[in-house]
Design a protein around this ligand. Structure first.
Ligand SMILES: C[S@@+](CC[C@H](N)C(=O)[O-])C[C@H]1O[C@@H](n2cnc3c(N)ncnc32)[C@H](O)[C@@H]1O
Length: 218
């Protein structure tokens, strides 16, 4: 008899064992724009959980939908993470392109499509946008026009601040409004605001002093 085959079912079973703690998908529920939104999260990368600025931006969008009317507007979100802001913009009537790094796109697509299906006027799309990379190839300035660029918590301790600025600059036309929510943390990141102001007019829309969260219209 071949001993190895006698052991194989046991090995097979061991390989298939997963503790229940990681077989359950974690999700969080939110309520914005008159809808229950379920966001699937993971804890293994920055973009896979909902960050505080995303909540601020969503709250702002739903409570200022007259002044910042998104119906039929072209909206791009950069560093969209779980996609909560993109979902809310889509539920409010926008044509949304949610973007992030390639490894985030599966979860992002799941959340964006699940929460907007049969609810949004326009089907949102999900696309890779790695800051500063292939911008003209993937988002040609001649054919891409965005009414709004949304960004929540894209400034924190990471080495791509130059590329981030380049991306804002590339995607922005004269009539584009950037809605950017940021939490103040460390000096180096906070100084990004000054660099940003060398290219764009900046207006503070709200601030939340306890957590040092700011929301700007640019
Ligand atoms: C702090 S998380 C914020 C996620 C989401 N906007 C929120 O507020 O919940 C930062 C996001 O920026 C994305 N990001 C970081 N570096 C990036 C880069 N070089 N290019 C594109 N996206 C990047 C991350 O993948 C992540 O989704």
């Amino acid at each position: 008899p071949d001993n190895s085959s006698a052991f194989s079912p046991v090995c097979h079973n061991l390989r298939r064992f997963f503790p229940t703690v990681i077989t359950h998908k974690a999700w969080e529920g939110f309520h914005f724009a008159g809808h229950e939104i379920r966001i699937t999260e993971a804890t293994d990368c920055y973009g896979a959980v909902v960050w505080p600025s995303a909540l601020v931006l969503c709250h702002f969008l739903e409570t200022n939908s007259k002044q910042y009317n998104l119906v039929d507007k072209n909206v791009i979100e950069i560093g969209a993470g779980t996609g909560l802001v993109s979902v809310v913009a889509s539920l409010l009537g926008a044509l949304v392109t949610a973007t992030d790094l390639p490894e985030l796109l599966g979860n992002l697509q799941h959340n964006v499509l699940q929460n907007t299906k049969l609810k949004s006027k326009h089907r949102p799309c999900v696309k890779e946008l790695s800051w500063g990379i292939d911008l003209e190839k993937n988002f040609p300035r001649a054919s891409c026009h965005f009414d709004y660029i949304m960004a929540a918590d894209v400034v924190y301790h990471h080495p791509f601040l130059d590329e981030l600025l380049l991306t804002f600059d590339h995607l922005c036309k004269n009539d584009t409004v950037i809605l950017w929510a940021m939490k103040f943390r460390l000096d180096k990141e906070n100084q990004f605001v000054g660099r940003f102001q060398t290219l764009f007019d900046l207006e503070v829309l709200s601030n939340f002093p306890i957590s040092l969260l700011y929301l700007w219209d640019v």
